[in-house]
Design a protein around this ligand. Structure first.
Ligand SMILES: [Zn+2]
Length: 119
């Protein structure tokens, strides 16, 4: 006696695919962060041209904001990978409701159902 269409079976495949996407995302974000820290950091190129100082510090401020944003994304992605490993992935952290497949495909790092989404 088979149980056709076991929901778990279908989700395993989806989760495998999403795990791959999340891992790729994790590597990408980490690489971008590395790059930001190298360029936006303390590279002391040319002391001349003090007129550019304002522009340079504006750019540094921008890359700092970008870095903070990337770090937040990286946190979310890493938390999602951890939930996959723990078997909690795909459920809302607030109410425990199953997050619909299409929502997970659109935002693999999400941890909220539509009702509890903050964005
Ligand atoms: Zn919820």
């Amino acid at each position: 006696m088979g149980t056709p269409g076991t929901p778990d079976g279908g989700r395993d495949e989806l989760f495998d695919r999403l795990r791959g996407e999340l891992t790729t995302e994790q590597v990408n974000i980490a690489a971008q962060l590395d790059e930001l820290e190298e360029t936006g950091g303390s590279s002391g190129f040319s002391d001349e041209g003090f007129a550019d100082t304002a522009q340079v510090s504006a750019e540094q401020g921008e890359s700092r904001m970008l870095a903070a944003e990337l770090r937040r994304e990286l946190d979310d992605v890493e938390a999602a990978i951890a939930r996959l490993a723990e078997g909690n992935y795909g459920s809302c952290v607030v109410c425990g409701a199953v997050i619909p497949d299409e929502r997970l495909e659109a935002m693999p790092a999400t941890k909220w159902c539509i009702e509890h989404a903050t964005v």
